[in-house]
Write a protein that binds this ligand. Structure first.
Ligand code: AGP
Length: 608
């Protein structure tokens, strides 16, 4: 998704804007640009390609204390210099950067003089032209213009006639203000603010903010003043530094013993063998009134939700389903008052997940959020929830947030289970399992050399299958997701029982199959799956928490075996997930992929 950065203050804007654009790179982009008010004139430089192309055009620095910048992820128009933002009006009075989609762009253009010439194919450019047609104050002009937009926007505007003022507006695409002494920033993502401040303000949909070096004022579309206070986020910046690691992805993989500990911290109740989740806004009597649970998420969040569904149903003995958030609103869902709806999202800004949340609430449903980004849109619109406390996740591929989603669902399963049939003894066992999780993840990280060797051995294969039964299937889905999204190796996941109904036709000696073998009642059946694959010549990589025995059939059948520490049903998805993250990471690195910014992907998909 596009990234925006804006600065007005007592320092030169150029280095701050470039640093912000660099911090926004991880979200994925294909062109960049910036505009700075320099000696009462707007200077704009734009470039298709990576940020270094823009920097090469800035050999002569632009001096000025107020400016805006943009990383573009093309939706309307190819990634070219002309289509890059910022866009200006024909008189060069206004410059605007925009994240979102303007659905009524043609209707808006029709309100302007035919003579207006457009220099780009983008929808965003029309905003600058509309501003130039407005005679009033800058903030009033922006309010009028965005009021006419049908679609989504997170935007920032500078105006030659208001040299130190920036106006930002938000509807559907995040805009966060950064408050500094003698300066104000705005950005689409906290990563671009974290080096300058930890005082932030999240704008809500329909809000506009006027920024000057002295501070900010937030207004609504009806011109009323919105009373917004800054919140302080601790050690924000540390999560955005790679800390000497080769990639953010590697840092976030190896940080997981600590981050899952953060998710667990203060939430295990030994006295009653249950979990303590303060933010649910649900009383015990509400918990026993829940007759079913629906989990909603996208991508890896959906796969975490599928694992969470198994956990909650197993412990609480109520029906639980996990479904793609993006499809949910289009099936005109029946919303029931005794169903608990839970949306799960690392960024808290995923458009499809937000839309599903709004569909449930529109129909009167009660929605919790499992969210990582504090103060994000989803976190502010749910009825209650669980913050993952994994710290901002930078790499496009989700790892530490995925694990913390699983831990969050494990805690919720424990709480709901202990409000029903799960006994104190069972609860204590689950608590011990969860307490053991950081150490067990550490033990998996120690397997890295052998996992890297396996990754290297199979890196040239065109396809790979991930198969698992019941609790193993969501693990297989996430394993396939990780491998495909960072190494670009075609990877698919199947329920193991489904292989013989079709996919087995594709198994040859060229298709490595990663078989997930939880040490549970289905272990023997999972081993049979290995035999099915071996009989077709397929190489088998076994991933199991079953400990090795003298005449171990897994050792006999598998070409490779990855043994993770024995773990219970609440923690096995996270433990196995780390092994599969390392497999994907080393496959991608050995293939020279752009590990932190995989092609075609963005960190937070804030458009439909
Ligand atoms: C995961 O590796 C991907 N980056 C992607 O599937 C992601 O999980 C999905 O887009 C949902 O993002 P969210 O958790 O921020 O809502």
């Amino acid at each position: 998704m596009c990234g925006i950065i804006a600065y007005t203050g007592n320092q030169n804007a150029l280095p701050i804007l470039l640093d912000g654009l660099k911090r926004l790179e991880y979200r994925g982009y294909d062109s960049t640009g910036l505009s700075i008010l320099s000696r009462k004139r707007i200077k704009t430089v734009k470039a298709a390609g990576k940020l270094n192309v823009l920097e090469s055009k800035l050999a002569k620095p632009i001096i000025g204390h107020c400016g805006i910048g943009h990383t573009r992820w093309a939706t309307h128009g190819a990634p070219t210099d002309e289509n890059a933002h910022p866009h200006t009006d024909p008189t060069q009075r206004f410059a605007v950067v925009h994240n979102g989609i303007i659905e009524n762009v043609d209707a808006l253009k029709a309100t302007l003089k035919d003579s207006d010439t457009y220099t780009s194919e983008t929808d965003s450019e029309v905003i600058a032209h509309l501003l130039a047609n407005h005679k009033g104050e800058l903030v009033d002009a922006v309010r009028e213009v965005v009021g006419a937009i049908v679609g989504t926007y997170g935007l920032a505007v500078i105006d030659q006639q208001n040299p130190d003022t920036i106006v930002v507006a938000r509807n559907g695409s995040p805009v966060i203000l950064g408050v500094c002494d003698g300066a104000m920033l705005a950005a689409s993502d906290m990563s671009a603010l974290s080096r300058h401040t930890n005082q932030i303000v999240h704008l809500d949909d329909g809000e506009i903010a006027q920024l000057t070096p002295a501070g900010f004022q937030v207004l609504r579309l009806d011109s009323s003043v919105a009373d917004k206070k800054a919140i302080t986020l601790d050690n924000l910046n540390s999560h955005y530094d790679r800390g000497g690691h080769p990639h953010y992805l590697y840092k976030e993989i190896v940080d997981q013993p600590d981050t899952v500990q953060q998710t667990l911290s203060g939430r295990l109740d030994d006295r009653f063998s249950t979990a303590h989740l303060g933010g649910l806004n649900l009383e015990p009597r509400d918990l026993i009134g829940i007759k079913r649970v629906t989990l909603l998420g996208c991508g890896s969040a959906l796969y975490a939700a599928m694992a969470g569904a198994n956990m909650i149903e197993s412990l609480a003995r109520i029906p639980v389903v996990a479904e793609p958030a993006a499809e949910f609103r289009y099936r005109n869902p029946v919303i029931e008052k005794d169903t608990l709806y839970i949306v799960v999202s690392q960024s808290g800004e995923t458009f499809d997940t937000l839309a599903a949340l709004r569909e449930v609430r529109r129909k009167g449903g009660f929605v919790l959020g499992v969210v990582n980004s504090v103060g994000s849109t989803i976190a502010r619109e749910v009825d209650g929830g669980i913050y993952m406390h994994a710290g901002p996740e930078v790499s496009v591929a989700s790892t530490k947030a995925y694990s913390s989603m699983l831990v969050s669902f494990a805690l919720l399963a424990l709480l709901l289970g202990r409000s029903r049939d799960t006994s104190p003894q069972q609860g204590s066992r689950h608590i011990n399992d969860l307490k053991q999780l950081p150490d067990n993840i550490l033990k998996v990280l120690e397997l890295e050399p052998e996992i890297a060797k396996i990754a290297n051995k199979y890196k040239k294969r065109q396809s790979a299958f991930f198969v698992g039964r019941t609790n193993g299937f969501p693990i297989a889905l996430e394993g396939a997701q990780k491998l495909k999204e960072i190494s670009y190796i075609h990877a698919e996941a199947y329920p193991a029982s489904e292989l013989k109904h079709g996919p087995l036709a594709l198994v040859t000696e060229k298709t490595p199959c990663i078989v997930i073998l939880p040490n549970d009642d289905l272990l023997a059946k999972s081993i049979s799956t290995m035999e099915e694959i071996k009989a077709r010549g397929g190489p088998v990589i076994a991933l199991t928490n079953a400990q090795s025995t003298p005449d171990d059939r897994i050792n006999k059948l598998a070409d490779e075996v990855i043994r993770v520490p024995d773990s219970g049903e609440l923690t096995l998805p996270a433990v196995m997930g780390v092994a599969l993250q390392l497999l994907a990471y080393h496959s991608a690195v050995s293939l020279g992929r752009d590990v932190d910014q995989p092609r075609n992907l963005a960190k937070s998909v804030t458009v439909e």
